[in-house]
Design a protein around this ligand. Structure first.
Ligand code: 8YV
Length: 327
């Protein structure tokens, strides 16, 4: 029998996943779930055959240069792979996989939740009740804006963007999107979605903008100061992608000056640090990177990681292989 690969998992995963991994592989877990230190990560890449990192692990060139020749695979627990230097991994012959598909619906749910929460001032209303300052119903207090009839612009029409479009349609929003290329005409028709080749033109005309694209070299600060200034002063911006897609400091300043209506954010440029200006604003809804966080989703993600590792260990090409050119 072939030697079982040594798999090092950087964070605590659901128990069922850890148990299954222990059965299948020689597995080293992180039971108390502290974010791995740089020294621990260095040790991991020197000894593991297969590393299972998450978004909290920076797998950069310097780290990969410390990797031993036994490291053959990085089976990421998560979709986004912006924390992994794909070019260096490829040059070193290290296969990278991710977990697409299984977190689509949960993440789209949370995107819709952020749209609702910002448009209808959900967090603000709850803060009012909890503060004890609520003086009772009044006709012109806590007025939000109606979703039905408004325009939603989706940046990145992949799985999550499409799942969001389906939900948003049911709320009466008209669907617009910007993507590197239009989606299949049948999908476009089903979603009733209008393609904007020009992101700038789309931004200027939307009531709500949702960011659902991956963080790649091409999307870093895609919403920079110039593009944020194109938004209507009443616009709502929602981001469940990666913080680095938006210039966070500029966004915070513009929200403070009411040059942008509201923002719903699940991700930040320098997690877990959040621009302190944002914390003081009432027109923002702030979540701690939890858009995919359901128990079912985490188990599905773990199962996907296991299938990817097993496929690779059996000498086959895993379906969720991530290629640098995909980004
Ligand atoms: C994960 C995510 O929680 O998959 C992603 O890209 O941002 C989240 O769903 C996290 O990345 C796990 O590594």
């Amino acid at each position: 029998e072939r030697r079982k690969p040594l798999v090092i998992v950087t964070r605590k995963l659901p128990d069922v996943i850890e148990t299954r991994m222990m059965e299948l592989f020689q597995t080293r877990l992180n039971l108390d779930d502290h974010p791995m230190t740089r020294a621990e990560l260095e040790e991991a890449v020197k000894t593991a055959d297969i590393l299972v990192p998450t978004v909290t692990d920076t797998i950069d060139e310097a780290l990969l240069n410390q990797a031993g020749p036994q490291l053959k695979m990085i089976a990421n627990f998560g979709n986004g792979v912006d924390h992994i230097d794909l070019r260096v991994a490829r040059n070193k012959g290290i296969l990278v996989t991710n977990t697409p598909g299984v977190l689509t619906e949960d993440t789209a749910d949370m995107t819709m939740a952020l749209i609702l929460a910002t448009a209808r001032r959900l967090s603000e209303g709850e803060r009012l009740v909890r503060s004890g300052q609520w003086t009772g119903w009044a006709p012109t207090v806590m007025l939000g804006s109606r979703l039905a009839g408004k325009r939603l612009g989706i940046i990145g029409m992949g799985r999550i963007g499409q799942a969001l479009a389906r939900r948003a349609k049911a709320f009466g929003l008209s669907i617009h999107y910007h993507n590197r290329k239009p989606v299949h005409p049948e999908v476009e028709q089903e979603l009733d979605a209008a393609y904007w080749e020009s992101l700038d033109q789309m931004l200027a005309r939307m009531d709500i903008v949702a960011i659902t694209c991956p963080r790649t070299p091409a999307t870093y600060h895609l919403l920079n100061a110039r593009r944020l200034a194109l938004l209507k002063p009443t616009a709502i911006l929602v981001n469940i992608s990666r913080g680095q897609v938006v210039d966070e400091a500029t966004l915070a300043r513009m929200l403070q000056r009411r040059e942008i209506g509201a923002a719903g954010l699940d991700v930040y440029e320098d997690e877990p640090n959040v621009d302190p200006k944002l914390l003081k604003l009432d027109n923002v809804v702030l979540l701690p990177h939890m858009a995919s966080a359901t128990l079912e989703g985490r188990i599905d993600m773990g199962e996907k990681v296991i299938v990817n590792i097993k496929t690779f260990a059996d000498g086959h090409q895993p379906r969720d292989r991530v290629l640098e050119m995909m980004f």
